[in-house]
Write a protein that binds this ligand. Sequence first.
Ligand code: ADP
Ligand code: MG
Length: 567
Amino acid sequence: MTTYVISGDNILNFNDFTLGPNLIKAITEMGFEEPSDIQQLAIPVLMEETRDFVGQAQTGTGKTAAFALPLLQHIEGYKGKVKALVLAPTRELANQVCTEIDKLSKYSNVKTLAIYGGTSYDKQKLGLKRKKPGIVVGTPGRVIDLIKQKVLDLSELEYVVLDEADEMLNMGFFEDVQTILSGILQEKRMWMFSATMPTPILNLIKRDFKNPSIVKVKKETLSNANIEQIYYIVKKRNFNEALGRLLKVEEEFYGIIFCRTRMETKELAEYLLREGHFVETLHGELGQAQRDLAMSRFKSRKTKIMVCTDVAARGIDVNELTHVINYGLPQDCESYVHRIGRTGRAGSKGISITLTDPREKSRLGRIEKITKSKIELKKLPTVKDLKRGMVVSELEKMSNIANVLFEKGHDFKLDNNFDLFQEGFGPLPKEDVLKVLFTYAFNKDLKRLDEMGAIDDQDAMKKERSKGREQGRRDRGDKSEGGRRGARVIKTGHVRLFMNMGKDDGLNLMSLLDDLSTQSKCQKRMISNIDMKAKFSFLEVPERYGDVFLRKKMKVKNRLVRFEVSH
Ligand code: ADP
Ligand code: MG
């Protein structure tokens, strides 16, 4: 048995493999510039050797192409029965793999078909008959069904690929996989790919498969360095509230929230919907049509939040997710790696957020150890921040309305009942009218926030602090040290700025936001934590706008204004 380890230096390019021009053309069209580490290791071996093969590399590193390219090259030119069977644990994953192979084989003559449960047999049977696929990608249950019905003929099969092999050889699937394998040629080649390979599975592979080559892409850390890993310590009963608060302050969110059970998935989705977020859900109870619809809305970014269970998420290959949220720690370390590997793909940055019940805190330490990565403790947005954020965002909506209402030349007609409304206020002065409207608009939510207060688990955070972890100290900032009220923690990825104008200069929030956002091109809602003092003010903007504020000559109330970084 051989184990190769690579440190991440890319040595080959796609032309160095013995892949035909049809494949190279497709690869180029797909925009792949150089093979990923696992592709560098696996492709040459799979092109040459006839031994069984095990390839392990983290999520999002191109394992599909690592097996699909050699498969397509080997099968190129064959006509007739199915030559290769790829088994995947979920329908979404089967579809995903099929789509990827379709793209890779755009200029080849090999056809690929996905077959999976939860949808009608007829279409898939017809597909097998008409398309005559060389490669079938399927979920075990449906594959067995179609073999039994003598529709899927594997008598000429030469290659079997287990994608997400750890899952495929795990309880639940193992028997099915054995059943399928028992019915096919002894001379087949078995290829297995996975992000993780727990020891029992590895032992099983060594026992059952013939002297496999085992190739492992080993990086410094198992999980991706592009992922900023954060956690919050919150009691389980406050998870929903914590999540609501986080979603309110994240300026950009396109991500997955992982729950442990279907029940949790459904309940959380309902909560978020009630809070006014559009969400999709994926879990085992949904029918295929519902799952497809959820996936397509999420993929096209019509919905930016996906709530799901681990197994349901196996198939989600969406690049450029900004966040992965763990609604509680996953069952095991492998799931954590799988989950957070959904973000920070293909070189882009991602954030993983884990809500941890204080009782589970120790498991987090273990995950850190095994993944050799750092998960940072943070404080949830404070009540003060949230209240301010709420007012700012409502004000922005109102100012948009004002813009439409009072735009010159735009004769917006109010409904007749406005008179009634106006009369209702009688002779109240403007300030009192505003007070009434403010109370009307915000009181319920402001009060709720006040009553709820901070929901970070203070005891657990204190314990963490007493361990003297440098990180912990930094995150809690000056608040915990001096016990001052109202100190704040700057939002991740934000910079706090000092501005040399304040209330005495007649600043008001709406016009300030207007002025700053038009000149800096930074959206109003991204300018946060504005704190106006008499002679100066503070505010926070996303880091990428920092330079604009510091360098650009900007005017507020027609006066040149100066910014400095505030620490
Ligand atoms: P894995 O199975 O390892 O989780 P996938 O095979 O699903 O990863 O690939 C993740 C994404 O990376 C896909 O969108 C795929 O098209 C893309 N990809 C694969 N290989 C390369 C490459 N060499 N260069 C750039 N992108 C790639
Ligand atoms: Mg994969």
